[in-house]
Design a protein around this ligand. Structure first.
Ligand SMILES: [Zn+2]
Length: 339
């Protein structure tokens, strides 16, 4: 059973939104680099699902779990729990040549175009996660459960190269097609049951409750400012921010499309970029409205919680990061990048 599926992270949604609204294309490359990492992380997690679906022993799996233990943050790509063991799976979706430079505890990736990138050694990463997870399990009353680790190179286009043969790396790093076999090997090795399946499920639920998804201030994280973004309300026909307020609705200047709710995606974008607080004047600035009465009317219709009073009154956009952002799917499928 998969208790937490791989999904677009909050951070990825923030980056996609920043990318989508960026005015200056030359500033895009930095955000694009961060997005590339997030996207390949998700691809890596998703590619584990097929081997996981073939597992023939009872288990609970959770994808992309971020825990905080005594102030230390640690993130696991996928964790598999069974009555006999826990397995942390670190997925890496690198393409091109991947050199494990064990003397320097790093991985050097040479991408197909020749560009080089350096990463921390994933074997050390996953061993550190194991240490912290064992502590977490101890603190939560599951001290007996052995924790095993594996690093899976999920991209079939990766050529793995070991600079100097290291037994640990040969044992820990595998390619995706080998993962099913590794599941069987680990399952055969740990034959003692420490917990019932009910206890394993409740451990999975405890981990899910402890999950603290990464939710940064995206402007600070990317060094962008509010002036870097295009403001306004998007027309889905014209692929531009050209909807204007007219006759109690939103209307496109160019194609005539009318949509009463066209401002909602813009407000959700605001939430991703600037956070939950919005004032009447900030709403006007973001949507391109002149009338504070219209802004007040739109805010009132949203029935939001409020903070402060008078000129410092803020409305709190209470969107749900996982339920309210489906409109971004259409943007992802947008092939035309000419906006
Ligand atoms: Zn239009």
């Amino acid at each position: 059973m998969i208790l937490k599926q791989p999904k677009f992270s909050i951070y990825q949604k923030m980056l996609e939104c920043a990318d989508f609204r960026m005015k200056d294309l030359s500033k895009r490359s930095y955000v694009d680099g961060l997005l590339y990492n997030e996207r390949s992380g998700l691809l890596g997690e998703e590619s584990l699902l097929f081997p996981i679906s073939k597992i023939d022993f009872p288990f609970v799996a959770l994808c992309n779990l971020r825990l905080i233990l005594k102030g230390v943050v640690f993130q696991m790509d996928t964790i598999l729990l069974s009555p006999r063991f826990a397995l942390i799976i670190e997925a890496k979706h690198y393409t091109g040549q991947v050199w494990f430079e064990c003397d320097f505890d790093q991985v050097r990736q040479v991408r197909p175009g020749g560009e080089e990138r350096i990463y921390d050694d994933p074997v050390l990463q996953v061993e550190e996660q194991k240490y912290l997870l064992e502590l977490w399990l101890q603190l939560n009353g599951y001290e007996n459960l052995p924790v095993e680790t594996v690093v899976v190179m999920t991209n079939p286009n990766a050529q793995l190269k070991l600079q100097k043969p290291s037994e640990l790396h040969k044992k820990k790093v595998i390619t995706l097609p080998r993962l099913s076999k590794r599941f069987r090997e680990i399952s055969d090795y740990f034959d003692e049951e420490f917990y019932s399946m009910d206890q394993v499920r409740s451990l999975g639920e405890s981990l899910l409750r402890a999950d603290r998804p990464y939710c940064p201030n995206i402007l600070e994280r990317t060094k962008l400012s509010s002036d870097d973004f295009k403001r306004g309300v998007w027309c889905v026909n014209c692929k531009d921010f050209c909807m204007k307020r007219a006759r109690l609705s939103w209307e496109c200047d160019r194609c005539g499309l009318r949509d009463r709710n066209a401002h909602l995606p813009a407000l959700k974008d605001y939430y991703l970029l600037f956070g939950e607080e919005i004032s009447n004047s900030q709403l006007r600035w973001w949507l391109g409205l002149e009338s504070s009465d219209v802004a007040g009317y739109l805010l009132k219709k949203l029935n939001l919680k409020k903070r402060g009073r008078g000129r410092s009154l803020k409305h709190l956009l209470g969107f749900d990061y996982y339920k309210d952002f489906d409109y971004m799917d259409a943007r992802r499928h947008e092939k035309d990048r000419g906006y």
